[in-house]
Design a binder for this molecule. Sequence first.
Ligand SMILES: [Zn+2]
Length: 274
Amino acid sequence: MPLDEPYPELEELLAAIGEVGQRVSNIDASEGAAGNISVYIGWPLEVRRRFPVVEQMALPQRAPALARKTLIVGGSGRRLRDIHKDPAANVGAVVIDDEGQAARLHTAPRRLFEHLTSEFNSHLAVHNDQVAQTGTNFHALIHAQPPHLTYLSHIPAYRDQSLMNQRLLRWEPETVVNLPEGIGVLPFQLPGSPVLMDATVAGLREHRVVLWSKHGVMARSDMSVTRAADRIEYVETAARYEYMDLVTHSQAEGLTRDELHTVVEAFDVKTNLV
Ligand SMILES: [Zn+2]
């Protein structure tokens, strides 16, 4: 189990989601109401005091691995940069039923949204898959739209996953340490579609970040919501270097293969990318 007792309390989780919303916004990865956050909580969590308004909700698909557990999910149309001002009004707590078929949505009386995020199907499917695969008791997911990385995905050659990773890993020594599997590169798919959901589930089995070409990223962590945000910052920073290099007609050397090898050996990084 990644998280040991004492487990974070609801207030701490809401504060962390608020902070992460600001960080993602600070790197320009959530213009307008773009982006969304969800967190799976595998231990008993009392949500009714904070979220006393209860309604039944259908799930977009079954989630048997999440039965009787709780997801904290952002509301549709809410801005990531505003969550910290009043986290409880910007998110809902989804308590899955015994069969993983339906759920109860708990919200605050001053709730500021009608529905949960339109990417809820992907969030639910990835949490369900990760919990089923690994038995984790905590799992955070963030969707964001970091501009430099997304821009690179508009260049056809960069949609080749191995080329993309080779280009991203060559700018800072810690990139490979933090993302030893690199990122998964998915083709463009319609936002909110079942095809995108299935590809995201498969991609996040192998990687901690997947790129939705011409759209944005989905990042996960089974340690904290902050770590999922860190991963988005690492890849966006690498993509910014790559963009700068394209703009300046590729004058930079970047880390050589030998230099990257010394990093991987010194930090004992398990990777097949270097
Ligand atoms: Zn999006």
